[in-house]
Design a protein around this ligand. Structure first.
Ligand SMILES: Cc1cc2nc3c(=O)[nH]c(=O)nc-3n(C[C@H](O)[C@H](O)[C@H](O)COP(=O)(O)OP(=O)(O)OC[C@H]3O[C@@H](n4cnc5c(N)ncnc54)[C@H](O)[C@@H]3O)c2cc1C
Length: 419
């Protein structure tokens, strides 16, 4: 055992999990490290925040994914640094680990672009704690407003969503369904026009990365769900109950969801590498660092140029999963002294859902679909990405139930400090 090559995989997101799965039969000791003991299915976080899915559907125990992998061990620890020359990783909670091969898959974090008050008052949507925090906050605001009508006038139920990309659109659409279908019935005395959902976007379109027709469809679908959309507006500061825009407009809102920007994991700043836009690390066609063929970088942290289109691949779960699988497969091939291949991304379409029976899907060659068929396609692709059959079953039950009944099971507040 001791003489086998050591493969260290940092990050148990789509990229890291994809890599470890492909190393199942490799003659190597594989160590997967993540600061959480669970894999987070980021694309569905907004469904936890809006009560459509329960936490265990979106977070899966990392150790449980690899019970059948005899060569894999999983540790929960926070990476603090990587010495590329010494081939060693340091952690906050355990001693440094050397490696022969490294897969760097630490993902991205929120970027508030220095907007005053964002760090303290905005709700980002990148981790499971983020989603649970937002859900608790929204439910608490409704319960508080129910007791004190002055809070309603103060904007306690208004939500500002910053960014009209997929995160902002999906969050706003799901929130609108929660507000208009469920909370409206729970609180019949609260006028719905006093519970606004407002999307603020600096650019001139909703879902700007999609083609024009899909942008128009998404905007209309949101508006049909009573979401207000402010284009060409930039948030200048955030206070607990007010959002100020550069245009001078002040929005009364006790909740602000930040879906406006990402940056690569801060660990990258200590690597001494030249970084690309969003602090991402550029890799070669085989996904390795130019001077370190033993280091693979995959997922949101990586700047991968598509071998076919020569464009940089987006920060998507499907890119991270395929790149992680490729890295794992490549290490496995190297260990078996086999020829390695460059990474080729298989684009199954870019998609975003606005709500029940409403989504947009854009395929690589320009074809696109909207409405129920797009929503079903979106559901199928996301079910395929969910890490285990058990998670898939849970998501199907929750989605189907919500789809038929509009009911959301987790709409309760549990105070764990209560005695
Ligand atoms: C709200 C939202 C919606 C999205 N919707 C879609 C979608 O519909 N379709 C799609 O394809 N993609 C979607 N994405 C993008 C997709 O989720 C990401 O591209 C994907 O998760 C990236 O995978 P990754 O493995 O690079 O990073 P991640 O999944 O972020 O995994 C990184 C892992 O590293 C761990 N980690 C971070 N820092 C440390 C540290 N210092 N030490 C130890 N561990 C650490 C984290 O805990 C995490 O488990 C969405 C993302 C968000 C946030």
């Amino acid at each position: 055992m001791a003489d086998r090559p050591r493969v260290v995989v940092l990050g148990g997101g789509f990229g890291g999990v994809g890599a470890v799965k492909k190393l199942k039969d490799a003659d190597a000791d594989v160590l997967l490290v993540d600061k959480h003991d669970y894999h987070t299915f980021q694309p569905l976080l907004y469904q936890v925040a809006t009560d459509l899915l329960e936490t265990p559907t979106v977070g899966h125990p990392l150790r449980g994914l690899f019970h059948e992998h005899d060569n894999v061990s999983v540790k929960q620890a926070t990476v603090t640094g990587i010495d590329l020359d010494e081939r060693r990783v340091t952690f906050a909670e355990m001693k440094p680990r050397p490696y022969d091969y490294l897969v760097l898959a630490l993902g991205a974090t929120v970027n508030f672009f220095g907007v005053p008050g964002a760090d303290e008052h905005a709700f980002p949507m990148y981790t499971l704690p983020d989603a649970v925090r937002l859900k608790k906050h929204v439910l608490e605001r409704w319960a508080a407003a129910d007791k004190d009508p002055a809070l309603i006038e103060d904007g306690a139920l208004n939500v500002v969503v910053v960014g009209a990309g997929p995160t902002g659109v999906e969050s706003a659409g799901a929130l609108a369904e929660l507000y208009r279908a469920n909370l409206a019935e729970d609180y019949p005395d609260i006028p719905q026009d006093k519970a606004r959902i407002i999307v603020v976007e600096a650019g001139d379109a909703v879902l700007s990365m999609f083609k024009k027709g899909l942008q128009t469809y998404a905007k209309k679908a949101l508006e049909k769900r009573t979401v207000e959309i402010m284009l060409g507006e930039v948030v200048s500061s955030i206070e607990p109950t007010r959002v100020r825009l550069k245009s001078g407009t002040v929005l009364n809102a006790h909740t602000l969801i930040w879906g406006a920007g990402l940056q690569a994991n801060p660990v990258v700043s200590g690597l001494g590498l030249e970084l690309q836009h969003g602090n991402r690390i550029a890799v070669g066609p085989d996904l390795t660092l130019p001077d370190h063929p033993e280091v693979f970088v995959v997922g949101d942290i990586a700047w991968i140029t598509d071998t076919k289109t020569k464009t940089v691949l987006p920060q998507l779960g499907s890119v991270a999963l395929q790149a992680g699988e490729h890295a794992g497969e490549t290490i496995s091939r190297i260990l078996r002294k086999k020829k390695v291949e460059p990474f080729e991304y298989e684009d199954k379409g870019t998609m975003a859902t606005i709500g029940r029976k409403s989504a947009v899907v854009q395929f690589r060659r320009g074809r696109s679909i909207t409405g129920t068929s797009a929503w079903l396609a979106w559901g199928t692709v996301h079910l395929a990405l969910l890490s285990t059959g058990e998670d898939r079953a849970r998501a199907v039950v929750d989605w189907t139930w919500a789809g038929f009944t509009h009911e959301r099971a987790g709409r309760i507040q549990v105070d764990e400090t209560e005695r």
